[in-house]
Design a protein around this ligand. Sequence first.
Ligand code: ADP
Length: 393
Amino acid sequence: MQNAIVVLNAGSSSIKFSLFVERGDSLEPNVRGLFEGIGTAARFVMKAPDGSVKAEKSWPEENKLSHEEAFDFIVGHLRSELADNRLIGIGHRVVHGGSVYTRPIRVDQESLKVLDTFSPLAPLHQPHNLLPIRRAMERMPDLPQVACFDTSFHRTQPEVAQMYGLPADLREAGIMRYGFHGLSYEYIASMLPEIDPKAAQGRTIVLHLGNGASMCALLGGQSLAATMGFTAVEGLPMGTRSGSLDPGIILHLIDRHNMDARRIEKLLYKESGLLGISGISSDMRTLLTNDDPRARLAVAYFLYRIRRELGSLAAALGGLDALVFTAGIGENSPAIRSGVCRDAAWLGVEMDEQANVEGRRRISSDSSRVAVYVLPTNEEVMIARHTRRLLNN
Ligand code: ADP
């Protein structure tokens, strides 16, 4: 009998899940899948590690399912996959750990209350992340629930990197730079010692370029600075998020465009970024194959902001030993990687175009002063590792 861990990542209308089984020191991926369309037309799919479909089900739109029902359905299926393995706990992705939680925690009623207080800081994610924890605690009170935060990894940053130029009382009230995508950065940092010991001990910038996009400066494998701040809207332009703006724009929108908080929220999170600039799509694949000048401008702005942030993070690090590309765009787009590296030539980056097009792990030339890598991220395995470590102690 082996120990098994379930990992859940719950969003507003979907729950991603995966099952890991302990084999000696490593955690082997078992099944994984997605429950989507919660509250509308629901669909469940569960796949084996080779990608083959193990189970599938769809519900008609009139038969809406709640988050709780989706959770029960997933757990029912995962139980039948456990065979004679022993489920030791569930690891949950939770976007916000505030300034308090600097590492993953085993959740109890008390900490659940604290996590609830972070919901106003991430209203689009935190409440959904907490639903399955609550349900699991009701349904399986003896099974440990572990929360792994997107913010924790950044708590090693120096004080100046975690603050804004606002009055001290606002900072004490929680208005600070939290940073996000921490589980992704932590996973990449955990891979570096094996791949490039010099970069692992030195100065690396990781570019997590997906629908959500951010960058993080790692010094000796720890977060030193990142582009996302108080919310996941700061920094780079993203699929539908604006990235950094002059705060004066918000005031102007309120005063002159009759926008209230909810309208501005929709603008900044859903209508801006690649979608807003192009008016065509939030999907990088679509934009890269479209000759429309607006599509080109969206891609050009994305690259330009990466170039600017790269300079800023390299300055925070005082130099650069390696760049790592990860997430949907970073892992799959030679064109974007090529553009970023061309812009970073001044930092000593020299790309091997052949290696880039072939999607090799190392894509810098032998003479490049800065090593460049493409590493697939794996937030799920990071959550599983944390869960195992916490429960084994
Ligand atoms: P999320 O942040 O939702 O997890 P992903 O990391 O899956 O997102 O990244 C999604 C993004 O990756 C989309 O913009 C998609 O267009 C982009 N992407 C995926 N494959 C490619 C590709 N071959 N070329 C360019 N972009 C790609």
